[in-house]
Design a protein around this ligand. Structure first.
Ligand SMILES: Cc1cc2nc3c(=O)[nH]c(=O)nc-3n(C[C@H](O)[C@H](O)[C@H](O)COP(=O)(O)O)c2cc1C
Ligand code: SF4
Length: 648
């Protein structure tokens, strides 16, 4: 009997039978522009092959005023039908159903297309806080035109063989703007009271139904926008009750794009609990009596099973879970739970890359989003003896990929445990789940058959005994400590020493944070939680500047609550016993942080080239990867590890 009787059972929604309850919800991949091409189709095909029951392909701009960002799909032109058809057919061949997302952002403009900010249209001229957009009020004629755009795109998707469409009323986009009394100030057919605020969505639903025949029709909506200016849980439930007859299902998420705090929930980072959206889904389910998809940090089938079994939802969006492991549904069905590479909610390579306008991927699974480039790892033409030196994420990936291709791989790690810097990262508050990357890579290593030796003090001598054909050097990096005035006399410690409890930070701590990534903000939180008064001095325009926006805002919000003093544009200059000296990077003026007893350095890392000399000539090929070449992030380390494993 399956461990997942609810998750893996089929369900009927409208005219459609879906083989299980696992949904890849709509996500903007930046793998296509205007119409689906081979990279996007290969991406979705991998998820369909892996067993996802329903694939909702990404947002489709329904009107010329829907200029949200670059690389948007659009089905307004009949000529695009064959491309959409190819996407649908390819996924349907593997048993998945395919729905499309019909989208208009209203006043939410993520990025200017072609460098020019378009005119944004919204129900009323109410400014957007996050993007600083002052929209123009829509005329009734424009509203009618946009409604027709929804219908036209739906008709073309129906012709392309899609199984369903959903209207994106989530995250404060145009339909949600009509629903929100603080954003819709109209007093006409589309606003003035709760009933009239439903009118736009009703018209869209009716027009889509009329145009798209018996396609399944859903509404994606935030069960609560989780911001004081956004829709509340009660408002959403009431609106959904009023719209229940118009839709076959509701797809429930949380948050709003309109504010920095609300947007954290669009792609919730690891600091938020798995499945925390389930109660919002439950209230929409109760209000509508319709099937509901719950989505938000459901990263494991066990969590999804529990949500469905408890009656909070009927299906679960497991979007990053599928970005990270497209085979997850098949592994769940086959009882291979240890083999599931669980998403850790780091947001780094999925939404992090998307926000840079780059095709999405995953830090743990760089093959994701690059299906055409890396479709499987072919067996090696001849088995070689390979030594990998260093058991951080890069070395682990290199060893696992090389061994899975048939090489005889020995992984040598100096310490007693694998994981490298990921072991330290998981010690930051709210970052515990980062350790999941170690668990997942350990399993990949185990399955690959690579031999692992830990506690190896002299890797060069150990390598000699193996007589390898190739050596992959993945020795990582150590903290960078520059020669600055007074650091010897100050109580100056490194971030690593604090994380490993090797030092006793005092009650008045200053953190010099050059990298402006997870480490500085995480240390600030950890020390503030331990009772220290913390000043976080970042050499950047904002704390956490280098990390993905939703993750940054979640963690910086926690620092605000803890009263951490954040100073920006601060270049470390020197220190003495109770003062740290900075220079303002904009003006060059000195800035003193006085009355401190501990200076914590988070100034980046540097590889140890000297280590590598010991491996010269020990093998025909010596391949350095990751941080030991130049300190960067786990994403580059794992990617380069995968390449090394493939290229051997
Ligand atoms: C790269 C990326 C792009 C996204 N773009 C969209 C989108 O176009 N439309 C949408 O409704 N949600 C979008 N989302 C949100 C996802 O559909 C989903 O709600 C979110 O990832 C949370 O679910 P998860 O925890 O299962 O990943 C996006 C998510 C990611 C990771
Ligand atoms: S990059 Fe991080 S958050 Fe994104 S899918 Fe991979 S593990 Fe999950």
């Amino acid at each position: 009997m399956s461990q997942f009787p609810h998750l893996l059972s089929e369900i009927e929604i409208g005219s459609c039978t879906i083989k299980n309850r696992i949904v890849s919800t709509g996500h903007h991949t930046y793998l296509a522009d205007v119409e689906p091409g081979d990279p996007l189709i290969a991406y979705h095909e991998a998820r369909a092959k892996g067993g996802a029951g329903l694939i909702v392909s990404e947002i489709i701009a329904v009107h010329e005023t829907a200029s949200f960002s670059k690389d948007l799909l659009c089905a307004s032109d009949r000529a695009s039908i064959p491309a959409f058809s190819k996407l649908a057919e390819t996924c349907q061949r593997h048993g998945a159903k395919v729905f499309g997302q019909l989208f208009h952002p209203g006043r939410e403009i993520l990025s200017a297309t072609g460098g020019m900010l378009p005119v944004a249209y919204a129900p009323s001229t109410v400014p957007n806080e996050r993007f600083h957009i002052m929209p123009k009020e829509m005329s009734e004629a424009l509203i009618g035109d946009i409604v027709s755009g929804f219908a036209l795109n739906a008709a073309h998707l129906a012709e392309a063989g899609y199984d369903g469409v959903e209207i994106v009323a989530s995250h404060g986009y145009l339909p949600a703007q009509f629903l929100n009394p603080r954003v819709n100030l109209r007093d006409d057919a589309y606003g003035g009271d709760a009933e009239r605020r439903l009118q736009f969505v009703r018209e869209v639903a009716a027009a889509v139904r009329a145009a798209a025949g018996d396609l399944v029709l859903g509404l994606r909506i935030s069960g609560a926008e989780l911001d004081d200016t956004g829709l509340t849980q009660d408002e959403v439930s009431a609106a959904c009750e009023g719209l229940a007859d118009a839709f076959d299902y509701f797809s429930v998420v949380a948050g709003t794009s309109a504010t920095l705090g609300g947007s954290v929930h669009i792609v919730p980072p690891m600091g938020l609990q798995p499945g925390y959206v389930a109660p919002f889904a439950a209230s929409v389910r109760k209000a509508t009596g319709k099937p509901v998809i719950a989505t938000g940090r459901i990263n494991q089938p066990q969590v999804a099973e529990q949500i469905i079994a408890s009656g909070d939802a009927d299906l679960c969006g497991m979007t990053r879970a599928l970005i990270c492991d497209p085979q997850m549904p098949a592994k769940a069905a086959g009882g291979k739970l240890d083999d599931i590479r669980a998403c850790i909610g780091c947001n780094q390579a999925c939404i992090g890359r998307a926000h840079k306008g780059l095709g999405i991927s995953c830090i743990q699974y760089p093959e994701s989003g690059r299906e055409l480039e890396f479709s499987g790892h072919l067996p090696a033409p001849s088995a070689k003896k390979v030594v990998v030196v260093g058991g951080g994420p890069g070395g682990m990936k290199a060893a696992a990929v090389a061994a899975s291709r048939g090489h005889k791989v020995t992984l040598l790690e100096k310490s007693n445990q694998l994981g490298g810097q990921a072991r330290l990262a998981q010690l930051l508050p709210g970052r515990e789940e980062f350790g999941g990357i170690i668990t997942n890579l350990c399993r990949e290593l185990e399955v690959s058959g690579a031999e692992i030796q830990t506690g190896v003090a002299d890797a060069a001598s150990a390598a000699v005994t193996v007589k390898p054909d190739a050596i992959v050097l993945a020795t990582g990096a150590k903290p960078y400590v520059p020669a600055l005035d007074g650091l010897d006399s100050a109580h100056c410690v490194t971030a690593w020493q604090v994380l490993q409890n090797e030092v006793n930070p005092g009650s008045r701590v200053v953190i010099a944070d050059w990298r402006s990534d997870w480490i500085g903000i995480g240390l600030a939180e950890r020390l503030a939680l331990a009772g220290s008064a913390v000043t976080l001095c970042v050499n950047a325009a904002m704390a956490g500047e280098a990390i993905q926006l939703y993750a940054r805002n979640h963690y910086v919000g926690r620092l605000h609550k803890l009263g951490v003093n954040i100073r920006t544009h601060m270049r470390l200059f020197g220190a003495d016993e109770d003062t740290t000296y900075f220079q303002d990077t904009l003006t060059g003026d000195p800035v003193l942080v006085e009355n401190t007893d501990t200076l914590v350095l988070s100034l980046g890392h540097v590889g140890d080239e000297k280590l590598h000399k010991a491996f010269d000539g020990l093998a025909e090929r010596v391949m350095p990867i990751g941080d030991c070449v130049a300190a960067r992030t786990a994403e580059e380390a794992v990617y380069e590890g995968m390449l090394a494993g493939r290229n051997l």
